[in-house]
Design a protein around this ligand. Structure first.
Ligand SMILES: Nc1ncnc2c1ncn2[C@@H]1O[C@H](COP(=O)(O)OP(=O)(O)O)[C@@H](O)[C@H]1O
Ligand SMILES: [Mg+2]
Length: 361
């Protein structure tokens, strides 16, 4: 945290993404603007379906062909929404490294981890440096990369196939691949959701370490506010394809200014001896097959008034660098999430044994 952050690396302005489907239009991302500054870790949080992945895929130009994208995404001034596919191929894995939720879909099952790492390095080596990239040098680099993400016996590991890696190890290999070409930006979309809790923490530590060592900025998409509190510099909260709140991480946790953020905080699990209690926000996210012209959270909001049903609050600065889209934001000051949201309780039995032992293999 608190490293000097000044220059804007990525500037997203009024980005909207719609999908034309047989059942109509899906308004997946509804006019969002944000920046990622050099070296910072920006977390994007929000419930499933809020547009987080679509936002990430827009940045790297990997959206479905059915998608219509408007607005602007600029990487140090270079417009990416209109860049050629050839250019985007070079941006992906070059200036921007990506880590997705399921490494099995990103890894080639019939190539060894070493061959895939080497390919990632060669693909992005500039013409001038290609000659210098002899086999031995590439191999050294691959070993160094696996070592740097905490994979033991990297020289043997390079000869193995993805299915010979555990889930946590595969995700480490993905981090190695994402940082192979010293990117300016790492985008990680729920990189640990599929992993056991103990392994999640290790993989996230490696991700943060890799980010620090390369000096890259990162966008970390997660629904885990614990992860956000620990790793992020700044946070964006998304709801129904919009940004409803954005702030520095301390400020967001100290004084959330949107009821939805309070709902997320109030819904964090609480633990007692053998039960985990979840406190979900009652209700469900809105249908995004219609354009929304009011506050999308009003049906679930304990503070909603008539105006929230008819008018769009828009995202406004409520404090220095702290933005929120809520007419009643000032009434949240000094109130805790639990005061705003009366907790509902869902009890969940805890799993017996973490799969950590198997992961260590
Ligand atoms: N390829 C697609 N075609 C149609 N709708 C899509 C497509 N991808 C995502 N969506 C829809 O866009 C919305 C946002 O999805 P997504 O960004 O994946 O959410 P999340 O925040 O869970 O990552 C959802 O309503 C989802 O169903
Ligand atoms: Mg997603």
């Amino acid at each position: 945290m608190n490293s000097p952050m000044t220059a804007e690396l990525l500037t997203v302005s009024d980005l909207a993404v719609e999908f034309r489907t047989e059942d109509g239009t899906v308004y997946a991302v509804d006019g969002i603007s944000f920046q990622v500054r050099t070296g910072e870790l920006l977390a994007i949080v929000g419930e499933s379906g809020s547009g987080k992945s679509v936002t990430a895929l827009s940045v790297v130009g990997l959206l479905d062909r059915k998608a219509t994208v408007t607005g602007s995404i600029a990487l140090e001034g270079e417009e990416l929404t209109t860049a050629s596919e050839q250019r985007m191929q070079s941006v992906r894995g070059g200036r921007i490294g990506m880590i997705f939720q399921d490494p099995m879909t990103a890894l080639n099952p019939v190539m060894t981890i070493g061959a895939q790492l080497a390919e990632a390095i060669r693909l992005h080596a500039g013409k001038g440096s290609r000659a210098a990239l002899d086999k031995a040098a590439v191999r050294e680099r691959c070993i160094g990369l696996l070592e740097s993400v905490g994979v033991a016996n990297p020289d043997q590991r390079l000869r193995q196939y993805p299915h010979e890696f555990s889930g946590g190890m595969r995700q480490r290999a993905m981090i190695a691949m994402a940082i192979a070409n010293d990117p300016d930006l790492i985008i990680a979309d729920e990189p640990t959701t599929a992993l056991d809790v103990t392994i999640q923490a290790q993989v996230l530590d490696q991700l943060r370490k890799a980010q620090r060592e390369t000096g890259a900025a990162a966008i970390l998409i997660t629904h885990d506010l614990g992860v956000v509190a620990e790793l992020a510099d700044r946070v964006i909260v998304m709801y129904a394809g919009r940004i409803v709140e954005s702030a520095g991480v301390r400020e967001l946790f100290r004084q959330p200014r949107h009821p939805y953020t309070m709902g997320l905080l109030a819904s964090l699990p609480t633990l007692d001896s053998e039960l985990t209690r979840l406190h979900p926000i009652p209700g469900s996210p809105p249908d995004v097959s219609q354009p929304i012209s009011n506050c999308p959270f009003h049906p679930r909001c304990p503070l909603a008034v008539d105006r929230c049903r008819t008018e769009d609050p828009g995202l406004v600065e409520v404090d220095g660098g702290h933005l929120a889209a809520c007419f009643r934001t000032d009434e949240l000051i000094g109130r805790t999430p639990e005061q705003v949201f009366v907790r509902t309780v869902v009890e969940v039995e805890q799993p017996d044994e973490p799969a950590a032992a198997a992961e260590a293999r």
